[in-house]
Design a protein around this ligand. Structure first.
Ligand code: GLY
Length: 365
């Protein structure tokens, strides 16, 4: 099992470890027991993960004499809302969960975001662990302490920055992960290659087949590289006041596409199109060499991720979603653009005509 230490704000109490390995679930249980960060635990999971993983985890912790319960949530983004948060909080109160207790988020990004949010506000904050079971959650959402729920007005509009006590990444969960979910995670890994690590980018280019066939040694390498990149960025900018924004590469247009499709387009597909769009804008503004833009587009296609916007999505609709983006400042939509592979920067504002032209050119004809 490999360990990555996330050092935050030089406050030892806020720092935590990301443990990565294959078949490490038994060791996770031992570490949680040894850390002794709470007198009781509540595993929060979803209906997809509770059988068999949640139940097995619950039984083993109980066998170790740990006081532990489990809450099962409905699966999917539709449950990431204030009603579910209130339901969890009410269940916790009924169970007698107090400030000496800790939550364990066992699941994908929805579970992780929501459990982190509840942990950050329940009795003014209790500890929580992340055990991400999807590739996307393993390389992105479980690390860095962003918690959130959705509002009818948009995704992730209520949330906090609240770091977990530890993140445990067990690759074994990937064996049974549906292909759509696997690709969602691959899109984020490609993003790390584009914004930070040309060696990772080249490795992805040369190992498309083995990675798609879920070669565990390669997955361990690329997941660990991704986690190291993210941990380095959040150590410098935990609250996204500057550098952390580069993690949003491809996400500005991606989120607009996701919302415009009523979330029928997955996050990974949407940010893949968003990354192609951002590379194209970078090229149009004469920052990014054309060959780098082509490499980005080819890699995205090689992993079976989309590089074109479906005709059914209106250009005007995408543009108006972009204007409503929560990350815009003073009505200027700041994009993460590229000077070359591995060299992102935050652009001061892209002219609307360029954005519109790019969307039109990317329409799938
Ligand atoms: N997913 C982007 C971030 O954690 O900042």
């Amino acid at each position: 099992m490999n360990k990555i230490k996330v050092n935050l704000d030089k406050k030892i109490s806020a720092s935590y470890e990301i443990c990565i390995g294959q078949n490490i679930i038994d060791r996770i249980e031992m570490i949680i027991a040894k850390n002794n960060c709470a007198s009781r635990y509540v595993i929060v999971t979803d209906s997809n993960v509770s059988t068999p993983h949640g139940e097995k985890f619950l039984t083993t912790l109980k066998a170790m004499d740990i006081d532990v319960d489990m809450i099962e949530l409905p699966d999917g983004e539709a449950s990431k809302n204030i009603d579910t948060v209130l339901n969890i909080a009410k269940k916790l109160i009924k169970m007698g969960v107090d400030r000496k207790s800790a939550l364990i988020a066992l699941g994908g990004g929805v579970v992780g975001d929501m459990v982190g949010f509840v942990a950050s506000i329940y009795m003014r904050g209790i500890p929580y662990y992340q055990i991400p079971t999807t590739l996307l959650a393993q390389v992105d959402s479980s690390i860095g302490g962003k918690t959130a729920i959705d509002l009818p007005e948009g995704k992730n509009l209520l949330g906090t920055f609240y770091q977990p006590k530890g993140v445990f990444i067990d690759l074994s969960f990937l064996n049974t992960l549906p292909s759509r979910e696997f690709k969602n995670g691959m899109a984020e890994i490609i993003k790390y290659g584009i914004i930070d690590d040309t060696d990772l980018f080249s490795l992805l280019e040369s190992e498309v087949k083995a990675i798609s066939d879920r070669d565990m040694a390669l997955l361990l390498t690329i997941i660990e590289k991704s986690c190291r990149i993210k941990k380095r960025i959040i150590e410098i900018d935990e609250k996204e006041t500057g550098l952390r924004r580069i993690l949003n590469f491809g996400h500005t247009i991606g989120h607009a596409i996701e919302a415009q499709s009523d979330y029928s387009i997955s996050h990974g597909d949407a940010i893949s199109i968003g990354m192609v769009a951002s590379a194209k804008i970078s090229e149009k503004l004469k920052y990014l060499p054309s060959k780098d833009r082509q490499r980005i587009e080819s890699l995205i296609r090689a992993f079976g991720l989309p590089h074109r916007i479906p005709m059914s999505l209106s250009t005007e609709g995408i543009l108006s979603r972009l204007k409503a983006d929560k990350k815009k400042e003073d009505n200027i939509i700041k994009f993460v653009l590229l000077k070359k592979l591995g060299m992102p920067f935050i652009n001061g504002g892209v002219p609307e005509e360029i954005i519109q032209e790019t969307i039109v050119e990317l329409k799938d004809r």
